[in-house]
Design a protein around this ligand. Structure first.
Ligand code: 13P
Length: 217
């Protein structure tokens, strides 16, 4: 049994897996959550109903890929590991298959600056990582590239990834991303929407620093 900070992180992973499904962002076991810990990461185990999770069932993956735990780590441990390795600003990752993010990803449509809140993701667009089969190194490589300078991306014919300094911030971004995707989908129904300019997004990025959950960075 783990105690202290590690135990709290394991419990936070369970809480946010449950929140993913309760919020309607995800269904079944199609999402996964990780938190940086020690020289690796704590991550939800593969294909385990969230209601059955207990702190001891959370897996640990070292940066070299060695895994510990009674159940294998999420099949997506590679992109969780590789994003944490590439990004010292990231402490937690939320992956899910939210409906509107996935609709856009199926069409390979990146999200352009249709709303000023896109600024919380670090720039004027949310990219789509090209398709590769789930759990593959290829998918991880595509995700790391799509996330350069950004706190979220879509995965072609798959779903979304959201990053945060904390698990709370990563989850907040996952929810905001799905809202943005829903707004873009709705706006497209009325025709190709007008966009904000890169300068307008940069102005928001300067103004929004320190707002709400952006503060933890
Ligand atoms: P895991 O159950 O292995 O986390 O996989 C779910 C998934 O969404 C793969 O993309």
């Amino acid at each position: 049994m783990t105690t202290g900070e590690e135990h709290d992180k394991r419990q936070a992973i369970i809480d946010h897996c449950l929140k993913l499904n309760n919020s309607g962002l995800n269904q079944g076991t199609s999402g996964n959550v990780s938190i940086r810990h020690g020289d690796g990461l704590l991550i939800s185990p593969t294909s385990t109903p969230y209601a059955d999770l207990t702190p001891d069932k959370i897996a640990y993956v070292h940066m070299d890929g060695r895994a510990e735990g009674p159940i294998a780590p999420s099949s997506e441990w590679r992109f969780h590991r590789d994003v944490l390795a590439a990004r010292s600003d990231v402490g937690a990752i939320v992956h899910a298959h939210p409906t509107y993010c996935t609709i856009l990803a199926i069409h390979g449509r990146e999200i352009p600056p249709i709303h000023y809140m896109i600024a919380i993701f670090g720039g004027p667009n949310i990219r789509v990582a090209p398709y590769a089969i789930f759990g593959s190194q290829e998918l991880s490589d595509h995700a790391v590239t799509a996330l350069e300078g950004r706190h979220a991306c879509l995965l072609d014919h798959h779903g979304s990834i959201a990053l945060g300094a904390s698990i709370e911030q990563a989850f907040w971004r996952a929810e905001e991303l799905e809202t943005l995707a829903r707004q873009y989908h709705g706006a497209l129904l009325l025709g190709e929407p007008p966009l904000l300019t890169e300068q307008q997004i940069e102005d928001v990025m300067n103004k929004i620093a320190g707002y709400g959950l952006t503060e933890v960075e």
